[in-house]
Write a protein that binds this ligand. Sequence first.
Ligand code: HGY
Ligand code: MN
Ligand code: MN
Length: 424
Amino acid sequence: MSHATLRIDGDRLWARLEALGEVGAVHGAAGERGCARLALTDADREGRDLVLSWMHDLGLSVVVDAVGNVVGTRAGTNPQAAAVMVGSHIDTVRTGGRFDGNLGVLGGLEVIETLEQHGVATVHPISVAYFTNEEGARFQPDMLGSLVYVGGMAVEAALDVRAADDGARLGDELARIGYAGPTPCPTATAPHAYFELHIEQGPVLEDQGFTIGAVTGVQGISWTEVTVTGQSAHAGTTPMRLRHDPGFVAAAITTGVRAIATAMAGTQVATVGRCEFHPNLVNVVPATVTLTVDLRNTDEGLLQQAEEVFAALCEQLAGEEGVTIARRTLARFQPVEFDESMIGLVESTARALGHTTMRMPSGAGHDAQMLARVCPTGMIFVPSVDGLSHNIAEYTTPADVVAGADVLLQVVLAAAGAHSAAVH
Ligand code: HGY
Ligand code: MN
Ligand code: MN
């Protein structure tokens, strides 16, 4: 029997989004309601515990691995078959929203609860996962948990990563919040397929009037920590010609990477998101400034070009100002293309459900770009209101949440092989 008429319960999914959104809740002056659950903080633990309780309520068998990835699995009729996995993340940036990552994990739980509710069995097991430290806001690189999960980073190296803000060691924080799990990673068995439902986090779907994005892939990411060391001096007595001012160089780098992106146009983007002065005092020419540069492009060759121009800018500024500039790579991932069969499945499923759909690359990084290394991977985008994300005003309408989760339900059924069963 076809399960094409099966639909998720939108109210139940929205209620979970609201409940998880209250963990680490951040409220804005204009009524915005966001989340702050930086990876491996107490708020992250609280969110993890809540989702874990929902996994147990659904009777899933749950494993926690050595970097804190959590995977809950509903049995299939063929225990030998690899699971169809649905996943994302529940850690957020400091000014995060209630949909980024959360929607993919809770959408997966909703798919399973819908199958349970209607007595639908599947040949393949179905897993729902949340991966550790997808955001990379506290610990770098981003997508760290899923990178380790697929064997792209050694567990030991991951556990030794230090937080940018307070120097905390990832492994210690994992143990502190009780998520240093016993299951080894990388995973012993690759999923049969992986699907991730995610908000677009940009303006394209909304601007062009489409409901579902059939994601073609994820653009390349290059994160660099730049430490500029100059000479601390008195702000009043030091003539301009004698200064070696890392503050000036940091500002030149900030405007310089903007100029690189503007000159390259296309999909090139550049961001200086973090900048710390030392000693950070009104009357002291800084001794050092540490800043981060985030460069991205859908094309690897162009991303390398942007990196080269950026490196040349640093050399030039160092010579002109008489400072030293040290660059440390925090994350570097090449662009990823998803399998055509998975893009087509998302696209045809969305259309069969009566939704408008367009193909598009992802500007943001996602766990899906790591899972694509080990299994067929597809992503479903739903619109972000005003294209906003990594902002507490992030919002996606209930109708679009339901549309995305219904597409997720159907692509999972297509991949997992649904058994004919009575649909109440
Ligand atoms: O940075 C990103 O694109 C993702 O949110 N980690
Ligand atoms: Mn995300
Ligand atoms: Mn994010």
